[in-house]
Design a protein around this ligand. Structure first.
Ligand SMILES: *Cc1c(COP(=O)(O)O)cnc(C)c1O
Length: 221
């Protein structure tokens, strides 16, 4: 369990963001060619100004209630918001007014709630369990076509949460597989890669990388 972040300056965020962009460029990826989403589940609302002032424009939250609260703060209003957690169908209605994408749709009940409360502007990413990890959420690749077809709202792309690993190269095959699945289904958005493996994910075509710990690390004075 990771602890709540207790301090963060705009300078920390700006420096961390610069080093993320440098790592991408050094790996042959244009840092302006993808979106950097700040995953804020461990960041209290009071620290959101540091994010906005440090150059972040897109935030992602895992819990519906926290998203609604954070998105309505003054700093939260300066950011765009995506929902990146496990979507509970009873939270769909509350979060829809604040979000651009819901990244993590993987159940029929979530689709049913989206059908009820979603509109023409509602866009989702389908979470895919590419690694076939039994403990993980996500639609199996073999059920993806059917799942996309049954969505009552626009499917903009795919998202995945690969296994935790010390060696990011081990996740390259999962990112590549997600890109192939997106291409097979004519989808353009690919939400993949976290602090542990964003460089590899970006090399494999991520359009959105979701970063927490690397953005919030203290950088000294
Ligand atoms: C927390 C979280 C991230 C960011 O994880 P870090 O390892 O801190 O970069 C990315 N995606 C999702 C879905 C998350 O919950």
């Amino acid at each position: 369990m990771v602890d709540l972040i207790t301090s963060l300056s705009a300078q920390d965020v700006a420096r961390n963001l610069a080093s993320v962009r440098t790592s991408l460029a050094q790996a042959g990826v244009d840092p302006d060619g993808l979106e950097i989403l700040a995953a804020v589940k461990y960041l209290p609302a009071e620290l959101l100004p540091a994010l906005a002032d440090g150059g972040i424009t897109l935030a992602g939250e895992n819990r519906g209630q926290d998203l609604v609260v954070k998105a309505q703060t003054p700093a939260g209003r300066r950011l765009h918001w995506d929902f990146i957690g496990t979507l509970q169908s009873r939270k769909v209605r509350a979060i829809l007014p604040y979000v651009r994408y819901i990244h993590s749709v993987a159940t029929d009940s979530a689709l049913a709630a989206l059908g009820r409360y979603g509109g023409p502007d509602t866009s989702i990413l389908v979470e895919v369990n590419v690694a076939g990890d039994p403990g993980k959420t996500g639609v199996a690749p073999s059920h993806l076509a059917e799942f996309i077809k049954s969505s009552p709202v626009k499917v903009a792309g795919l998202m995945t949460m690969p296994p935790l690993t010390d060696d990011p190269e081990r996740n390259r095959i999962y990112f590549r597989r997600l890109r192939e699945l997106a291409a097979d289904h004519g989808l353009s958005e690919l939400s993949m890669g976290t602090s542990q493996d964003f460089v590899v994910a970006a090399q494999e075509g991520a359009t959105i990388i979701r970063l927490g710990s690397v953005l919030f690390a203290p950088t000294g004075s």
